[in-house]
Design a protein around this ligand. Structure first.
Ligand SMILES: *[C@@H]1O[C@H](CO)[C@@H](O)[C@H](O)[C@H]1NC(C)=O
Ligand SMILES: *[C@@H]1O[C@H](CO)[C@@H](O)[C@H](O)[C@H]1NC(C)=O
Ligand SMILES: *[C@@H]1O[C@H](CO)[C@@H](O)[C@H](O)[C@H]1NC(C)=O
Ligand SMILES: *[C@@H]1O[C@H](CO)[C@@H](O)[C@H](O)[C@H]1NC(C)=O
Ligand SMILES: *[C@@H]1O[C@H](CO)[C@@H](O)[C@H](O)[C@H]1NC(C)=O
Ligand SMILES: *[C@@H]1O[C@H](CO)[C@@H](O)[C@H](O)[C@H]1NC(C)=O
Length: 552
């Protein structure tokens, strides 16, 4: 589907016009040729002058220096030699109180980096004597001025009487003025209009009002401080009847602009950015370095936004992780020591809107997982990790009143690379969940696994919610290999632990016998009311070592 979005008129620079702004709204007056005009009856002559006129002289008696110049106004007019061949002139209009002592006015325009331009408008003796005492008007529009140029204007009397100098600065209009865009070559950029074909990722760009008799360039660029070219650059020949070109783009980025200009030196350029509202296109290219655990993202376009790490809940809401938000500058944003988990996401907030991107949504990046399998009527919970990692594992209970899971007990667990560790929970634990979070990183999601349902008639739920009758026993089983140390897990209330006596008893023979699966045996010790007891492994462990937590 194509849609014509809009026609570009604007130059990339904006409206700074000071004095020029007024003229813009009215449209510029066009003159045939420049010259000097004086009030009826006053005969004027024009001759060049130098900026460095002789030093000022004392005004004659009776000359009121503060009332000589009544009103001096400055404006821009356009002189045209063809439709696209207009130039700008500064018009200086002076109202002055004529006396016999004033023989004329000297006008200078001074522009940075250029020669001062001065001229004397002289009054013929007879006419100035006749009109002495009257207020007269003198106007000249022969000073050249360029688009958006700033000039200083100095008006003095001739002779140069001390204390009657008038000065002001003037800013010529900018190319935003539509008259200038049509008629002044410095401002003729051409106008761009375009169709977007979002299926093929192509822009069909048409140009009008470009400089006659010149070829025209079109390109796509990415606008930062400057617009840096990207991809195609097309030339439209001046002979071509249809002034249009197809520009393919790869992504509709907000700073992707179409730039057009005529093939002349220092040609002004027009820029149109068709996708400038498509902020959501920026949130791509998130990188993860698994060795460093660094999550990074670099803005492709300048944007004011905040990036935060967050955890995506089941309801789709992504909850910010603490102390994990950064303002976007031009630089790359990095978060170091991030746990790559499918629920860990990046949230971009700009203009009071938020977008969430989950770089690890594809589980293949995930470093660890909690696997729940149903075995002989109970649930086996296994932690497996592709890296050495430390976790906090908590048991929490969901209460009727609140949806929040209240953590009742946590313990810390180390899982070695490529080894899984079984956790076994036995006994009825209605509405209990495990909350697992990696501790050896700065930024990690807290993963909640709910362990089962007490309701037999409840619908079967995914694997983690298989109904189980659980001992109140957690058994940490190093699957495959016996740990040399026993991991002690304490849950619920006080836990008494006795140092285990044997640590290496079965380790060597374990490794030689692959058949020795560290199967969780139903280690049935009925909970005692007043506390939990850790039972050392060796005497009980025939094929494996395990750490059991018994508690009430
Ligand atoms: C000079 O002109 C100013 C303004 O027109 C006026 O206020 C002032 O009184 C005049 N001074 C003399 C000495 O006439
Ligand atoms: C000064 O001249 C300009 C242009 O002629 C006019 O618009 C303006 O009203 C004048 N101002 C005064 C104070 O006479
Ligand atoms: C591009 O637009 C121009 C002007 O609307 C049209 O003449 C031309 O056929 C279009 N080109 C393509 C390939 O659609
Ligand atoms: C982001 O910038 C705003 C204001 O510009 C500031 O108030 C805020 O503290 C900054 N946030 C961060 C995370 O740097
Ligand atoms: C993981 O931990 C084990 C035991 O502490 C150690 O031998 C191994 O070198 C560690 N591996 C890595 C990649 O750190
Ligand atoms: C058990 O499940 C049934 C049907 O799904 C439901 O009606 C009942 O309220 C549930 N009981 C509990 C205690 O959740």
């Amino acid at each position: 589907m194509k849609m014509i979005l809009w026609v570009a008129l604007l130059m990339s620079h904006c409206c700074l016009g000071l004095n020029g702004a007024a003229a813009e709204s009215r449209g510029l007056e066009t003159i045939q040729k420049c010259g000097t005009r004086c009030s009826r009856g006053l005969h004027c002559t024009t001759k060049p002058d130098s900026l460095f006129s002789p030093p000022c002289q004392n005004p004659p008696e009776g000359l009121n220096t503060s009332s000589v110049f009544h009103n001096i106004s400055l404006s821009t007019v356009m002189r045209c030699e063809g439709r696209q061949q207009c130039s700008l002139h500064l018009r200086i209009k002076t109202q002055l109180q004529l006396t016999e002592a004033i023989h004329g006015v000297s006008i200078c325009t001074v522009t940075a980096g250029m020669m001062a331009n001065c001229r004397i408008l002289g009054f013929k003796r007879s006419s100035r004597e006749r009109m002495s005492g009257q207020q007269v008007e003198v106007e000249n529009d022969c000073a050249d001025i360029s688009v958006s140029q700033r000039s200083q204007v100095i008006v003095k009397t001739v002779p140069n009487y001390c204390g009657v100098t008038w000065t002001d600065t003037y800013q010529a209009p900018e190319c935003v003025n539509e008259d200038l865009q049509r008629h002044v070559p410095e401002c003729i950029t051409g106008r761009l209009s375009y169709d977007v074909n979002s299926k093929t990722n192509e822009l069909n760009v048409s140009v009008s009002d470009m400089l006659e008799d010149h070829n025209y360039h079109l390109r796509l660029c990415l606008k930062h401080f400057i617009c840096a070219g990207t991809g195609a650059n097309k030339l439209i020949k001046k002979e071509e009847p249809v002034k249009s070109a197809i520009l393919p783009y790869s992504r509709p980025l907000p700073c992707l602009c179409i730039e057009g200009w005529s093939t002349v030196m220092d040609a002004p350029r027009v820029q149109v950015c068709p996708f400038k509202d498509r902020l959501e296109e920026l949130w791509f290219g998130i990188n993860f370095d698994p060795l460093e655990g660094t999550l990074s993202w670099e803005p492709t376009c300048p944007v004011r936004a905040v990036v935060a790490l967050c955890q995506k809940r089941e309801d789709g809401v992504c909850v910010d992780l603490p102390h994990a938000s950064q303002n976007i500058s031009r630089k790359k944003i990095t978060f170091s020591q991030v746990d790559p988990h499918s629920q860990l996401c990046m949230k971009f907030t700009a203009d009071s809107k938020s977008w969430t991107r989950c770089p690890f949504a594809d589980a293949k990046f995930q470093a660890w997982e909690v696997v729940v399998t149903k075995k002989e009527g109970h649930e086996d919970v296994t932690m497996s990790s592709q890296i050495n990692a430390t976790f906090s594992v908590g048991l929490c209970v969901k209460s009727e009143e609140s949806s929040e899971c209240r953590v009742t007990k946590t313990h810390i667990m180390h899982v070695e690379k490529h080894k899984s560790v079984g956790l076994k929970l036995a006994e009825e634990l209605c509405s209990s969940c495990l909350q697992v979070k990696r501790l050896d990183v700065k930024f990690a999601a807290t993963i909640t696994h709910c362990l089962g349902q007490c309701n037999d008639s409840a619908e079967p739920r995914p694997v983690i919610s298989i109904r189980a009758s659980m001992d109140l026993t957690w058994i940490v089983v190093p699957a495959g290999v016996c740990l040399s140390a026993i991991i002690i897990i304490a849950l619920f209330l006080q836990v008494h632990q006795r140092r285990k006596q044997k640590r290496n008893g079965c380790s060597s023979e374990k490794q030689t016998d692959p058949s020795l699966d560290c199967v969780v045996s139903a280690y049935q010790t009925k909970p005692v009311l007043h506390g939990g007891v850790l039972i050392p492994d060796s005497p009980l462990c025939e094929d494996t070592e395990r750490a059991n937590l018994i508690s009430d």
